[in-house]
Design a protein around this ligand. Sequence first.
Ligand SMILES: [Zn+2]
Ligand SMILES: [Zn+2]
Length: 536
Amino acid sequence: MKIQFLGAARTVTGSCYIIEACGRRFAVDCGMHQGNKAVEERNSDAKIYRPGDLDFILITHAHIDHSGLLPLMVASGYTKPIYCTRATRELLGIMLLDSAHIQEMEALNEAKKFKRRGLGNAPKALYTQEDALKTDTLFQPVDYHTSLELAPGIKATFYDAGHILGSASLRLEISEDGKTTSLLFSGDIGRPGALIVREPETPPAADYIFMESTYGDRDHKNESTSIEELAEAIAYSYERKEKIIIPAFAVERTQEILCCLHQLARDGKLPDDLPIFVDSPLAIRASEIFSRHRDLFDVKTRGMLGEGDDLFALPNLRYTLTAAESQSINALTGPAIVISASGMCNAGRIKHHLRHNVWKAGASIVFVGYQAVGTVGRKLVEHAKKITLFGEDLAVAARIFTINGFSGHAGQSQLLSWLSPLLRNGTHVVLVHGEQTAQDTLAAKIKERFGIDVAIPDYLEEVTLHGSDITQCVMHNAEAYPRVNWNFLAGEVERKWQIFRDQLKDIEHKPWVDQKDLEESIGKIEFYLTRLIARL
Ligand SMILES: [Zn+2]
Ligand SMILES: [Zn+2]
């Protein structure tokens, strides 16, 4: 049996394993790569996945970093079944369509820029809404704990990973040459004690464990005080008659916040006259899906929400669908809670709400999720005095709250507790879905606690397994990290600079206005070079 790592290897996004066993070739997860330009370029290479040669795909959960390339596979020749839990299937129905819409809008904007510059061949959308709709016809919903025979010798069982609605860890049993090998793919492991989802389950032990390591180097702080921190933010802005802005991912995090608001209302900590807006069409559709799957909620959440038809309804809660309704929130005077996406403030309606509120003393911005480097959210969390939105500088006068206890991922000690009962003699642990420091730290902890050596595969690495032995390991570094040809680049810059110098005599005789234009261009080159050198 062979396994290749096509993403989330020494990084967090792009989860995908391609497995060859029992004469079949299949994938576990098919996620989008997210990050800087070089990382995102990996998305455009569908060939590397050989979609036409895949016999089936298994998806652990609906997050885009585990599922976002499915429509690209379908657009590139994939026509076979995609297995996932029922709730994941329903969430993917809306999330892939939303992702395709974003891809199309970005491509449209790029095309406009190309046209303005007089350039042809603008890049096309990675995939379209039509591709997402085609993908929707291939899903085969699966129940938790039901062992599924996908092909002779290949069995799969889904276990609740407690991460988002429908999320799963996936256990495969592969029988080849008279031997059965078990492999457990953790998917993303939830945080015990999180609202809505159940605790992560403990599947049966396995020969190989492929485990996420997002928070491998730290525990979450102040998990139990999150709801009080939310109450504090609400009280702060309510007294000052300003708004409480909560940037939140549309799926899971928005519903968790609504659960917390239920609890605050029950405890008398939510003012009766405080309007609440959920301003994200995707969040509204996701809430409907959550309501249909209340059987998957943990006991605490079910108790809190009661048995009403509309689980996420509160007396003053309004869902806003249209752009006009969204804009009318900003015309409203007085305090209100506004929950909107994107969670990192880098896109979507939340940007408008920030523009209207971030400069107001008395307003609150409440962060409840991870803020990636370079996003507006990260700048606010790091107490920037000014931010730029829509090309406009805005002073930050609102109070910034960062609440840690809403993470969807297990922290370091929780990861170790998850792993502990899954080990048996000779189990191999392979870490994926983490940045290098998080992975190295967790690997050292696993070695210290359980005495096991841990593997940390690289992007495109291929391993061959025979029963419980790893017999071969092939790296593809040249393909994974194409070399930057510095000598060529530096030579080109020097050559062109010489052409410019050779013409200096003529330039000195040009009209003064033209010389000033040229001076400005050289000034820019000099500025970029200074910045480049400062980064070395
Ligand atoms: Zn996830
Ligand atoms: Zn993930």
